[in-house]
Design a protein around this ligand. Structure first.
Ligand code: ZN
Length: 168
């Protein structure tokens, strides 16, 4: 896809360079903490846009990860390609709880369901996800088949990308 120059110029007015070297996004932030950028009526994560602008295409199925752990950062030199699995394992190894502050027995949030299903679509097995999120694997399959937690995808998209149009 070819990106018009003005999109890139707009992009470059939306962040502040921090002492840490991070280019911290001043624009909209998605519910999960990632910077987001709207263009052509679509919403894209700003760090992914930055990667495309400065480095190149993102191969299918790969994520753009942060070496600085700052989800609002769009500095291309702080970005690297990884798989969903790499990213989840990286988060876990840094001691970040994938269930947030919620107690062991509490239900997953819609957002966590969203992350899990997205990761599964990108090839992380339900078994791995059930371990990472400390949740029953059968439950995840039921959610995937639409037998449990109906409407989670719609609720998430509404919450975290309120202006999104082309997403279903
Ligand atoms: Zn950074």
């Amino acid at each position: 896809m070819c990106t018009p120059m003005n999109t890139k110029e707009t992009f470059h007015t939306r962040f502040t360079v921090k002492e840490s070297g991070c280019w911290e996004w001043n624009g909209r932030t998605a519910k999960n903490g990632y910077a987001s950028f709207s263009f052509n009526k679509k919403i894209e994560y700003a760090h992914r846009m930055s990667y495309r602008f400065h480095i190149g295409d993102i191969p299918d199925g790969l994520l753009v990860c942060h070496s600085c752990d700052n989800r609002k950062c769009v500095n291309p030199s702080h970005l690297f390609l990884g798989t969903h699995k790499d990213n989840l394992l990286d988060m876990k190894s840094k001691g970040r709880s994938l269930r947030g502050d919620s107690s062991h027995k509490s239900k997953l949030t819609d957002m966590q369901i969203f992350e899990i299903m997205e990761a599964n679509e990108f090839g992380v097995s339900m078994k791995q996800l059930s371990l990472l999120y400390d949740v029953d694997m059968n439950y995840l399959y039921q959610v995937k088949r639409g037998e449990k937690r109906e409407g989670w995808r719609k609720r998430c998209l509404k919450k975290f990308m309120p202006e999104s149009k082309g997403l279903s």
